[in-house]
Design a protein around this ligand. Structure first.
Ligand code: MN
Length: 463
C-alpha cells in the first residue's frame, strides 16, 4: 500500500518505533541542528530514529528531520522494503516507470498565498551551521521544472538559501537537469518557472535526491517505487504540476541571466563551502496544507541523513549500469564515512582478472566524480561491514601491485582537498583491487558444520 503523503508515512514510522517526537520547545536557528547532530552522533545507525520537532519557538508548524535517511533501515521503510532489497527495487522502478495522473484538486491547495502576502519565513526553516550559514536553508526541496524543448519534467533536490521573504537562491551545478532547463530558456531570453515542493509521500522525495537519466520523469519513477501513480495538481502561477498531497509548494520564477551570491553553507563533506553567484527564485505564490509539516534533511558532517540518502541515490544508478553491462556485480556501496560519494565499494563474482578494471571503468563513466577511492572485493566480502572490508583490504592487497593512482580525474563536488593543488597537478582517484589473485590459504574459522551445530543449540548457551 503506497503512502498517500508525508503524514501517513510519519504515523507508520511512529507505530514501528522508528520516530522520536520531541515535545520540548526548540529554537530553529541553532537548536534543531544541534539536537539532530547529537542524535546522529549518539545513536548507532541501526537504532537511530527519525525526528519530529513538535514545538518550534515562534511557529506552530512541526519540523521533521531524518525521517527518510536516519538509517538504511528507515530509507528501506520509506520504500516499503528491506535494506537488502532497496537496489533491486530501484532497478525495477527505473525500468518500469508508472506515469503520474493529473487530478483537479488536492490538499496542497488548502491555503493559497500570493503577491505581497508571500512570506517563506512563515515556515520554520532551520539554520544548519550556526555561525557560518548566513541565513536559513531549505535542505529537502523537490525543485520541479520542465525542459522547454522536450517537455520532460525534472524534479531534483538542490540546496536552497532563503535570501528574503520572497526570494531564494538555488545552488545547482551545470550538469544537473535544472541547470540545463535554465540554459535552454536563457538562450531564448525567457524566464524559467519553478515549483519548490516540501514534504511529500516518501517515494517522491527519495526519487528527487537520486540521479537518473534525463529522459526519465522522476514522478513516473516514484510511481513505480510506490506501486501507484503519483497524483499531480497544476500550479497556480505556471503550468508545472506538483504532488497533490504535498505539505508546502513554493511557486516562483528565475529571470534570464540573473545570479546572486549564495552560500556559505555547511556541505555534505563536513566542511563549510564558499559563497558564489547562483540562480535566484522570485517567489510568486505559496500553497500549503492545513497544519503543514515542514521537512528537512540533515546534511553537513557524516554521519548525516544526506550521506545515507545520497549514498543510496548514487548506488541505484550505478547498480543499474553495472547490471545492464552484464558485469557480475553483487553489491555496490558508498560508505557513510566517504559522505556517500568518496569511498565506493563494489563486490563481484570475478571470472576474469580484467573484470575488476571493467567494473571500475563502468562505475566512473556512470558517476563521473564519485568513487575517489574505489575498492573492488570478491563476493564473499560483506561490503557494508567495516571490519570485513578492512580485513580484505589488508590481506588480499599488495599495495604496489594492487593500488593504482589515476591522475587527472573529476573531483568530488565541494571537496576542499582540491583547493590548494600545485599548478602542475590535477585531481586524482585511487583504485584498490582487493580481490584474490591467486590461491589463498584456508580461512581460520571453525568448520561450518560446527557453527551450524552451535546455531541449532543457541538458546542452550544462555544467550
Ligand atoms: Mn531529471
Amino acid at each position: 500500500m503506497a503512502f498517500q503523503d508525508l503524514r501517513e508515512y510519519l504515523a507508520v514510522l511512529d507505530r514501528t518505533g522508528k520516530l522520536k517526537r520531541i515535545r520540548k520547545e526548540v529554537d530553529k536557528d541553532w537548536e534543531i541542528a544541534a539536537v539532530a547532530r547529537s542524535v546522529f552522533q549518539r545513536f548507532a545507525e541501526a537504532d537511530r530514529p527519525g525526528l519530529v520537532f513538535e514545538k518550534v519557538k515562534g511557529y506552530d508548524i512541526p519540523v521533521a528531520v531524518g525521517v527518510l535517511g536516519a538509517s538504511r533501515q528507515i530509507y528501506a521503510a520509506a520504500l516499503e522494503t528491506t535494506p537488502g532489497q532497496v537496489l533491486d527495487k530501484w532497478y525495477h522502478a527505473q525500468k518500469n516507470p508508472i506515469a503520474p495522473v493529473s487530478v483537479p484538486r488536492g490538499p496542497c491547495k488548502e491555503n493559497i498565498v500570493s503577491g505581497a502576502q508571500v512570506d517563506v519565513l512563515k515556515f520554520p526553516i532551520p539554520v544548519w551551521t550556526a555561525g557560518s550559514d548566513l541565513s536559513p536553508y531549505i535542505t529537502a526541496p523537490q525543485v520541479c521544472t520542465r525542459d522547454p524543448e522536450t517537455g520532460v519534467r525534472n524534479v531534483g533536490t538542490y540546496r536552497t538559501q532563503v535570501h528574503a521573504k520572497d526570494r531564494l537562491g538555488i545552488n545547482c551545478g551545470a550538469i544537473h537537469h535544472l541547470a540545463r532547463h535554465v540554459a535552454k530558456n536563457e538562450a531564448q531570453g525567457r524566464p524559467t518557472a519553478v515549483a519548490i515542493v516540501i514534504g511529500t509521500d516518501p517515494a517522491v522525495a527519495i526519487t528527487s535526491v537520486t540521479s537518473m537519466a534525463e529522459e526519465l520523469d522522476e514522478f513516473a519513477v516514484a510511481g513505480a517505487l510506490r506501486g501507484q501513480p503519483v497524483e499531480l495538481v497544476r500550479c497556480e502561477t505556471c503550468d508545472l504540476e506538483v504532488p497533490a498531497t504535498a505539505e508546502i509548494v513554493i511557486e516562483g520564477q528565475m529571470l534570464p541571466g540573473e545570479r546572486a551570491p549564495e552560500g556559505p553553507f555547511g556541505e555534505y563533506p563536513g566542511y563549510v563551502s564558499s559563497r558564489s553567484p547562483k540562480f535566484v527564485v522570485h517567489v510568486k505564490c505559496i500553497t500549503y496544507r492545513n497544519n503543514p509539516v515542514y521537512q528537512a534533511f540533515l546534511s553537513q558532517m557524516p554521519p548525516s541523513e544526506s550521506t545515507i540518502i545520497r549514498g543510496i541515490g548514487h548506488e541505484a544508478p550505478l547498480y543499474q549500469a553495472l547490471k545492464d553491462r552484464h558485469l557480475p556485480v553483487k553489491d555496490v556501496h558508498f560508505t557513510v564515512g566517504g559522505s556517500g560519494a568518496g569511498w565506493l565499494f563494489i563486490s563481484l563474482k570475478k571470472h576474469r582478472p580484467e573484470q575488476v578494471q571493467e567494473v571500475v571503468a563502468a562505475a566512473w563513466e556512470t558517476l563521473k566524480p564519485m568513487g575517489k577511492f574505489t575498492v573492488v572485493f570478491d563476493d564473499d566480502i560483506d561490503i557494508f561491514d567495516p571490519v570485513n572490508t578492512q580485513w580484505a583490504m589488508t590481506f588480499r592487497v599488495q599495495p604496489q601491485r594492487d593500488i593504482k593512482i589515476v591522475p587527472n580525474t573529476p573531483i568530488l563536488p565541494h571537496d576542499p582537498s582540491g583547493l590548494a593543488l600545485p599548478d602542475t597537478m590535477k585531481p586524482s582517484k585511487v583504485i584498490i583491487d582487493a580481490t584474490m589473485k591467486h590461491e589463498f590459504p584456508a580461512l581460520a574459522l571453525p568448520p561450518q558444520e560446527h557453527l551450524d551445530l552451535v546455531a541449532g543449540r543457541w538458546a542452550e548457551y544462555g544467550f
